[in-house]
Design a protein around this ligand. Structure first.
Ligand code: URA
Length: 235
């Protein structure tokens, strides 16, 4: 990769600031001073230093975000702010993307990474990665709904869902539930409730596989995954 990209990714400033470092002869590759920002380096084979300090290279970034409502789960959008817009420039240098989509009005756990292989594994329908949501529902959620979700409900396009596990936390005119599903069809939770004649009025994702939303994270905030979280997710 280009030397300036490597240094910018690793937090040595913007590409412009990196240029300045190069001008100052602060950067060495395998002990030789380098001034060419476009020089191709292999960070796994070559030793890059800035003012004598070794640049440790990491290729991947893994972030847990507490997605706020009103923001799009995409890398770019013509009209709306995206989850990537909420990241600082250092994180953006890694060119990460959200793993799966939450609707604009849905909040909660969103994994953001540039590790395509991990994203593929988590999203693959074959892997049945469970996702748990908390929701408020307009309408009284009943035992019949638990059974219906367990057996699979027919969505508006005729698709019959795989078994979902519904837990009723509060059954009232506005009910509160947790629902765990193992697939990720478009608007799935909302459409499952529509299939039983009810409406989701608030939706928050709590977990995805082993990864659980850190409730310390304010809405719109994010943090790197811990080594334990990452290892569990890759298992
Ligand atoms: N199901 C939905 O309906 N919306 C989401 O954002 C996620 C799951």
């Amino acid at each position: 990769m280009r030397l300036d990209k490597l240094l910018a990714n690793m937090g040595y400033g913007s590409r412009k600031e990196v240029k300045q470092l190069l001008k100052e002869k602060a950067v060495r590759v395998d002990d030789a001073v380098v001034k060419d920002a476009a020089m191709k380096v292999d960070p796994e084979q070559q030793i890059v230093t800035v003012y004598g300090e070794r640049v440790e290279y990491t290729e991947f970034i893994y972030l847990m975000m507490h997605k706020p409502p009103g923001v799009i789960s995409a890398t770019e959008d013509k009209y709306d702010q995206t989850v990537i817009d909420l990241l600082d420039p250092l994180a953006q240098h890694f060119e990460p993307f959200p793993v799966g989509r939450l609707d604009k009005d849905t909040e909660g756990l969103l994994l953001i990474t540039n590790d395509g292989q991990l994203a593929h594994n988590l999203l693959s329908p074959k892997k049945h990665v469970p996702k748990t949501y908390f929701a408020r529902i307009e309408g009284v959620v009943t035992e019949e709904d638990i059974t219906a979700f367990h057996e699979g409900v027919t969505l508006d396009d005729g698709y019959v869902t795989k078994p979902g596990e519904l837990v009723i936390l509060k059954s009232d005119v506005i009910s509160e539930i947790e629902l765990t599903i193992q697939e990720g069809k478009f608007h799935q939770v909302k459409r499952m409730f529509e299939a039983v004649g009810k409406k989701v009025i608030y939706l928050k994702r709590l977990s995805m596989g082993s990864l659980v939303l850190d409730e310390e994270l304010e809405m719109g905030d994010y943090r790197e995954l811990t080594l334990e979280e990452l290892a569990a997710l890759k298992n």
